[in-house]
Design a protein around this ligand. Sequence first.
Ligand SMILES: Nc1nc2c(ncn2[C@@H]2O[C@H](COP(=O)(O)OP(=O)(O)OP(=O)(O)O)[C@@H](O)[C@H]2O)c(=O)[nH]1
Ligand SMILES: [Mg+2]
Length: 665
Amino acid sequence: MKMRKFEQQLQAYVQHREHLIVSVTRYQAWLDRYELNSVSMNESIRTMLETLRSDRITLAFAAEFSRGKTELINAMFFAETGVRLLPSTPGRTTMCPTELLYDQDGGNYIRLLAIESRLDKLSLSEYKQRSESWMQIDLDCSSPAQMQEAFKELIAVKRVSLDQAKKLGLYHEDLYRGQAPDDSVEIPCWRHAIISFPHHLLKEGLVILDTPGLNALGSEPELTLNMLPNAQAVLFVLAADTGVTKSDLDMWRNHVRGARAKRKSGLIVVMNKVDTLWDDLGSEADIDAAIRSQVDTTASILNVDESVIFPVSAKQGLLAKVKSDQQLLAKSRLIGLEEYLSTVVLDERQQLLVGSVVDGIGHLVNASWTILASEVGDLGKQLEEVHHLGGENQSATVKLMSETREEQNRYLASVDKFQASRRVFSSQTARLLEALSPQRTDEIIQRTKKQMTGSLTTVGMKRVMRSVFDELRDVLQEVVRSTEETRRLVKTIYKIFQNEHGFKEIKPQLFSIRKYQLELELLFEEGEAFRNSASSTLMQQNLVVQKIYDSIIGRARKVMEMAHKDAGMWRAMALSPLLRQIKDHKKMIESRLESLRKVNMSKEHLDARIQELEQAVAPLRMQYDELEEIRKAMQMDEVASDDMMTDMADEERDIGLEPLAAMNG
Ligand SMILES: Nc1nc2c(ncn2[C@@H]2O[C@H](COP(=O)(O)OP(=O)(O)OP(=O)(O)O)[C@@H](O)[C@H]2O)c(=O)[nH]1
Ligand SMILES: [Mg+2]
């Protein structure tokens, strides 16, 4: 019952996400209704909806063995079952990384992937796509006892020969603390487990990742390279009775902190088992002081802020919840951690979600909105003008007419220049797309790998990784200059029409290589950090090293693919809002000339024209109001998008306007 807070917050978050999905869908319907969409706009919206719909909140628990990760999960999320749902015992317990989630299509199960799958080329995420490769046990959700029994598979081990363990990359000298193992060693039966059942939090999209201590992070690269970095929060668990040991620190430095290099927030340190400090100390104040001093020490050793360290007792918290003992629950301090997760972590996630909508389709919505606003404004102005001219003499109208014709000519000349710049844009971006093409990336990867075949040593593979990254870096660097040029071209084209023909300002969608360069660097660093940390552990083994590099290179390939896809979208859409404004403006000038002609003809013609214009305004206003509502629902104004940020940075660099002609040359 004390989970209310997190539960409520999660529900609010889910509602908010639904709300965003509805508003994006409404925007799409709005575009359809007024025939304002295009293939690339639909693609952007589709991607956006997919992102929103597949959104999950993952909380990952990482630590050395026996720190109480599993007990903490039981206490925080599953106390209401009244039992210790996931197995947690002294010593090494959880044997394989376990994901708890709700799979709408799959129902209630525990799926287990055999440890031998490590010998295969397939990655964990590829295995996840093949349910037939997993052993499945169905769960009876009405019986916590049956579930508890089924979950015992999570701790299953078996004996295999030393050779086999080595082959699997699971033999590790430290495990045997100097003693030579027998001919056979104990290894986990399973490589990974996925548990699905309709728990209310899981149904809302919460995913909990429990990891085994003891090198699991080191021997399963996808955990450190993929799952921890992508989790909304990582809870690193320490135990108050042991303090920060050397192996805690190794894990923290090598796997946890590195995995969160990209995202500093959402890294939480839990100092578990504070109940071990309860017994010996008399007063509450003494206990408090002892806990505070532990927190202080931990903060300085790990180099984190005290505010992200949570001293708790998972065991007593679970007990308190099961027995509804409020006093004990307060003493376990679990609530503080839960509140932090619900406010800070979920709030941040909500901000990120809105931010992603703004980044993903903000420019589209804003462009639609600006264009409509100016259409409504232009018509209004025209109406006013026509009313006003009704009382004027003919010569004034004639003068206005000739002025408008002149403006029309000037405008047409600008449109000609626009067409020329558009051709430049088109050929510049074609070159950009070619440079970033997946074929080119693959060619680099294949060629480098081939050069290195035969040297499947750790060093050899490291060289492969370095060369691949060097070449990919070069590709990106090569297009930086041309991309900047093209960005300037786009902005200049927009500005020309804003300055010379009074177009309402639309911030054009811009594309920058920096984002992908940064991604690539972080990825490279991750790989290096992983390799360094691996030197003393299982990682010496080629099989695992090769997997790491395959996984890192695979992700680098994805970064390049994303750059290519984004550049393609940019090419398709960067000039579309302006194109629409240009057409609108042309129509507007023609309509004005038409109005002026009518003014000159007769009072009846003039009245008919006024009526025509009035009739045209009403549906536009309606369109505008609808869009305004959608825009508000998306909270467009509340978050500054990345695009706008890069745009601002660019603005500072720009020195005035370059004439279109110069850009054409
Ligand atoms: N005193 C005390 N013991 C705890 C607490 N939390 C967990 N334990 C005990 O510590 C032992 C290990 O707990 P687990 O939850 O299995 O630890 P783990 O981090 O999941 O360990 P692995 O699965 O082996 O990685 C168990 O015997 C728990 O009962 C706590 O808050 N206080
Ligand atoms: Mg465990």
